[in-house]
Design a protein around this ligand. Structure first.
Ligand code: TYD
Ligand code: MG
Length: 455
């Protein structure tokens, strides 16, 4: 009996799951070609049990006076807002985002603010030479900020150095995928390396009270690459998003052990770095002089923040029997398929011989479920080739039965729309408070929406 001692071990580089046989597709997360052979993890002898030999731990009552969470603002208000008020000492933050989206820029700007305010900052770049980081700092007018900068990738070197000095208020590791530990086999970026390096760095942060930011690359489908396991190890997971062809960037909080997760920070990438956008609600509306068929405005809610976005639909009727395309930018593919199915089966519309394109203007990515009605309105308007009434907004969640369901905070959405000159709203029945200067049309079902637009 007994298992072979040197069992091969293949680790999925996307989700971290382990199998003992190479496969083209990970059986856990379904990604292709992500399995890579890694050295076996250290397993301590099974002979020792854990029931004796330890030190006693102390118990405390729940109401013991504890350390209060003291946050250190970075001075970038949009960053602080997304963090839930600032950096918590000793916490570990994972900052994900597509390459080139502006992670290094954002962190260097935050580091510069903290350093200028008297906080000690260590910025370790494993991706760029110190000269490159210095050039960026000059462009950001931060050349004189007292940041301690190093280009390094050995976690042993980094921790040895840090242990010989006062711990900094902020430690930036850019990026975790470039870090390397000599106690772990495998190349930087493999799951074992990323996990092992992150573990050591996080332990340093917890022990010293330094706030740690780990930059993490993101794969095509938006997951933080190298392991999702990293997301479980850190206190805060943030994602920096946007289209590289557009100026706007959104910093989202996806996990926060110390506060709310749904707040966002909004920035615009300019020649001299990221500018904060304190009032983002107009940003994602395109110039809307003449109303166009297929365009609907949706009052999205990001945390407590309303943002008005424009949903654009284009329908192209096909002559031949070719399979029609459906393409979506900025919204969920599956959700579009569902809405099309509901419009077909509950309202008798026919999209089957038409190509459907859906785009959220300005490079915005919609996640608010209340967008269904605006998307449906854009689709129906495009199909009927009739513009929607100008200065109107649409919101509501759509069920498979075609009902328009209530959504969170209709009042906040309505007030923001009013502020920006919209005086007409369409949404679910019984949307709560009425706002005097806005005409509110209740649409209980998609059938009613189709009636309204197509007739
Ligand atoms: P960067 O912070 O290097 O992205 P990441 O670390 O996420 O890979 O930013 C890269 C892009 O931002 C690059 O294409 C240039 C642009 N950029 C500006 O437009 N203005 C600036 O001031 C800076 C520093 C960068
Ligand atoms: Mg970078």
């Amino acid at each position: 009996m007994g298992m072979a001692k040197t069992k091969r071990r293949y680790v999925c580089q996307a989700c971290g799951s382990v199998s003992h046989r190479w496969q083209g597709q990970c059986s856990d997360c379904g990604e292709w070609n992500t399995l890579a052979e890694e050295a076996p993890a250290t397993v301590f002898s099974q002979k020792h049990d854990l029931s004796s030999g330890g030190r006693p731990i102390a118990f405390e009552p729940l109401d013991a006076p504890g350390k209060e969470l003291r946050r250190r603002p970075t001075g970038l208000d949009e960053f602080d807002r997304a963090l839930g008020g600032g950096l918590v000492p000793g916490s570990a933050i994972l900052m994900g985002g597509d390459p080139g989206i502006g992670k290094s820029t954002l962190l260097l700007q935050a580091a510069g603010r903290i350093a200028r305010a008297g906080g000690d900052v260590v910025y370790v770049s494993g991706e760029e030479a110190a000269g490159q980081v210095r050039l960026r700092a000059a462009r950001l007018e931060l050349a004189d900020a007292p940041i301690r900068l190093a280009a390094a990738t050995s976690v042993r070197d980094i921790l040895t150095t840090l242990n010989g000095m006062e711990p900094p208020a902020l430690l930036v590791i850019d990026s975790i995928q470039t870090m390397h530990s000599d106690t772990i086999e495998g190349a930087p970026g493999t799951v074992s390396q990323v996990r092992g390096c992150a573990f050591e760095l996080i332990r340093y942060a917890k022990e010293t009270g330094a706030a740690l930011v780990l930059v993490g690359h993101v794969t095509k489908d938006g997951a933080i690459a190298g392991p999702r396991v990293l997301e479980h190890m850190v206190d805060v997971v943030m994602s920096f998003e946007g289209e590289r062809s557009h100026q706007y960037r959104i910093l989202r909080n996806l996990k926060n052990r110390f506060g709310a997760v749904d707040e966002i920070g909004v920035f615009a990438m300019a020649d001299d770095g990221l500018e904060e956008v304190a009032n983002p609600s107009m940003l994602f509306l395109s110039g809307r002089d003449a109303p166009l068929a297929g365009s609907a405005v949706f009052p999205a809610l990001e945390g407590t923040r309303p943002v008005l976005v424009e949903v654009q639909a284009l329908i192209v009727r096909l002559q031949s029997g070719a399979t029609p395309r459906r393409a979506v930018v900025g919204w969920d593919n599956g959700r579009l398929a569902m809405l099309l199915a509901v419009l077909e089966s509950r309202c008798g519309l026919n999209f089957s011989s038409a190509e459907v394109y859906l785009n959220i203007a300005g490079g915005y990515r919609l996640t608010d479920p209340a967008a269904d009605l605006a998307v449906a309105a854009a689709l129906v308007s495009a199909l009927a080739d009739k513009p929607l009434p100008s200065a109107s907004i649409w919101f509501g969640e759509v069920s498979l039965a075609g009902e328009v369901r209530p959504v969170a905070h209709p009042g906040v959405r309505l007030r923001e729309a009013l502020k920006l000159g919209f005086d007409r709203a369409h949404g679910p029945a019984g949307a709560g408070e009425k706002i005097p200067d806005i005409r509110y049309d209740e649409l209980g079902s998609l059938a009613k929406l189709v009636d309204r637009i197509a007739s």
